[in-house]
Design a protein around this ligand. Structure first.
Ligand SMILES: *Cc1c(COP(=O)(O)O)cnc(C)c1O
Length: 387
């Protein structure tokens, strides 16, 4: 059997895969099983932030694999303690819980919000307000947090306790908080899967202020926007707000599965021994990779991410067949006049791999993609959009 035949025969059909079998990569270039070269404008959905096979990252992970790959959370281990310290010092948050994915990080955030409310407000204050077109994961609770009806269909009943409000509508958010007994507001500053839809500055700041006013937690899902993607370490830093909980995953591991929940002052001591846990969370090998990620996300590096984002935007602005450009930093949504599936197929033929988000083209290149490769990819996007 070919890889594609074996996949179609033996793997559950949850993914509408592109017809490409990737076998290797080097930085922002990927190679398929026929040796065709692609420029990577998706980075494994915002995961491979230094591209493929980054030597420093691979060396750190390999060295840890040969030392102690896994120990369980019954013991202290060094890499996760170092990563937690670096995350807190960098973000201003106080404590970390390690999970293995974005959905799991959000599950932990939801559990923490419920426990915080039960401890501080009463057990009936369990509702969490989330925003329409948001995305928080595929588990039952995070799916319930994800206000997209088409994803809920066939999986009812969902976990109760979520209230949906319109994005960028402060009056609606205030009504949701006033009408329901709430524990938290949870949002992405740029709705990634929802179509790279940025929240307005006014809305993010207003939502944080409303959370304060109604004594609920302010939770920012930074699973896609975090770890440098938007040109700041976390995207909330663009808005001058201080979340009570931040969730992080995707790029944090630099290519291995890791999720992290960052707790602020109000939430640092909510979870206690036995109230939550994970067998693999904070795994030494994964954290050895995450440590390299954190060490390299210097202010200089983040400034370069912002500059690369501008470079893409400038090149696409006014291009024929491009009607809108959204996003922040190197998280970019492009509304194309041609159907996005056709644009993606033509880009593949041209040797560029990109993503979609709803009906938009979505670009999430490695954060260190060289300008020459970025220009080459954007040139092909301009060409394909104009067809
Ligand atoms: C991808 C994503 C998730 C889910 O992460 P998984 O690692 O796939 O579970 C949650 N929230 C946001 C904002 C995401 O982009």
């Amino acid at each position: 059997m070919t890889t594609v035949q074996a996949d179609k025969t033996y793997i559950a059909a949850t993914y509408a895969r592109f017809p490409v079998t990737l076998v290797s990569g080097k930085g922002a270039e990927l190679f398929d099983d026929e040796g065709k070269r692609y420029i990577d404008m998706g980075s494994g959905i915002g995961v491979n932030i230094f591209g493929a096979a980054d030597p420093q990252w691979a060396d750190a992970v390999s060295a840890q694999l040969r030392t102690l790959a896994h120990a369980s959370n019954l013991y202290y281990t060094q890499p996760c303690a170092r990563v937690a310290e670096k995350l807190c010092l960098r973000s201003g948050m106080k404590k970390v819980f390690f999970a293995n994915s974005g959905a799991e990080a959000n599950e932990c955030a939801i559990k923490t919000a419920r426990k915080w409310a039960a401890d501080n407000k009463g057990a009936d204050y369990f509702n969490i307000v989330t925003l329409k077109d948001g995305f928080h994961g595929r588990t039952l609770a995070t799916l319930a947090a994800t206000a997209q009806d088409n994803l809920h269909k066939d999986f009812l009943p969902l976990t109760p306790g979520f209230v949906y409000s319109e994005a960028n509508d402060l009056a609606a958010l205030e009504k949701a908080l006033a009408d329901n007994k709430c524990a938290a507001v949870m949002l992405e500053t740029v709705q990634g899967e929802g179509g790279v839809l940025p929240l307005s500055h006014e809305f993010v700041r207003g939502a944080a202020a409303l959370a304060e006013k109604y004594n609920v937690l302010f939770i920012v899902d930074e699973v896609q926007t975090g770890v440098g993607r938007t040109g700041k370490f976390y995207s909330f830093m663009h808005f001058g707000v201080s979340p009570d909980i931040v969730t992080s995953a995707k790029g944090l591991g630099g290519g291995l599965p890791v999720g992290a929940v960052l707790f602020g002052e109000k939430t640092a001591d909510v979870l206690t021994a036995g109230s939550h846990g994970s067998t693999f969370g904070g795994n030494p090998a994964v954290c050895a990779g995450a440590e390299v990620v954190l060490d390299r996300l210097t202010d200089e590096f983040l400034a370069a991410v912002a500059a690369k984002g501008k470079r893409v935007r400038n090149a696409l602005a006014g291009a024929k067949g491009v009607s809108e450009i959204t996003g922040l930093g190197l998280m970019i949504g492009v509304r194309t006049e041609r159907p996005v599936a056709d644009v993606l197929a033509d880009l593949r033929a041209e040797g560029v791999l990109a993503l979609k988000a709803h009906d938009k083209l979505r670009l999430l290149p490695p954060l260190n993609i060289p300008d020459e490769l970025l220009d080459e990819a954007v040139g092909k996007i301009v060409k394909v959009c104009a067809k």
